[in-house]
Design a binder for this molecule. Sequence first.
Ligand SMILES: C[S@@+](CC[C@H](N)C(=O)[O-])C[C@H]1O[C@@H](n2cnc3c(N)ncnc32)[C@H](O)[C@@H]1O
Length: 355
Amino acid sequence: MPKQTLLDAVEFQRQSCENIGSPFYCDLLACALSEPALDRPFWDALDQFEGNPMSTLSTLRILGALHDLVLSGEAESLAATFPHGDFPGDATKAWHELDAVITKHRAFIDSRLESQVQTNEVRRCAALVPGFLEVSARAGLPLRLAELGASAGLNLCWDSYQYRFGDVTWGNDDALLTLETDWSGNHPEMGPIQIAGRRGCDLSPLDMADANDRRKLQSFIWPDQPARQNMIRRAIRATESTSLNLEKMPAGDFVGEVLDARQDGEVTVIYHSIMWMYVPEEERDTITAAIKEAGRSATATSPLAWLRMEFADSETAALWLDYWPSAEAPHVRERLADCHYHGTSVRWFGAGATS
Ligand SMILES: C[S@@+](CC[C@H](N)C(=O)[O-])C[C@H]1O[C@@H](n2cnc3c(N)ncnc32)[C@H](O)[C@@H]1O
């Protein structure tokens, strides 16, 4: 790979860490960029990895691997340089530690370079739940949930958490985790929601009962973002007794199974957040066609909903709902809300909004 391609990808990630809030990673990557000798283990590991450094986000993959070693206690000298407690981290010292750490753990680093960056952003539930409330109010039936690209399944358990939508509180009063979001606009009907069942799929589901998978998920949260670390820990604890039915399969195959299993007396809700851009175009077309086809056979006792929180532009996500109430009633498509792509803010438009 041309050396400049690699340098550009690392510089891109350095800027992104600066803009999105990891001063420590920003400084660490600046140290690396100031000594771009390909025989240094950090650069050698990235250089030997065959994927495109920009599209695979290989810089985030190696940072995640290093953070994993810090979290597991395998790299104590590096851990001393990473942010912890009130200590903001010392990027210069961390950079000097990397030679020894990467050399010692090279097989692990290489294996993690081969696996995708994988997060599960729980606060997105604060944007999805108003959509579930809307579906529940329309259908008046229990929800049969099916999540595409569910990662660790933490957003399949959205009913385990409590929510503060601006000044309105909703959800589980005894929850270990409260998700707050800046809210603007009216609110949907805030009634109780019945859940008939839940299942999800992912190309590589993470099992939160497995310590390695738990740590892997945490390792992709930047070390100087303790609030997000704390949120994920609480979400894992809050959901440990929920049966998830997480299946390792592409969304295109999974949707077919979900649609075939529809039952009377339930509204089937297919949903996803920030995963659509990873799905190949052909698979997206398959999913869209299968859902539309199934919508034609919806009935008042088995309606179909497709709810999705996906990027609208580079800074905003939108919450879209497609709803098929029955074969006789018209299909509707509505843009229910705009939101921050981490769910930290929601601008609710509600029913009827399409632009
Ligand atoms: C950015 S993560 C978002 C995870 C979760 N939806 C959230 O909002 O936190 C995208 C997830 O989609 C999964 N994914 C990507 N392409 C997929 C596909 N074709 N079928 C199923 N899952 C897929 C990835 O493995 C990853 O877990």
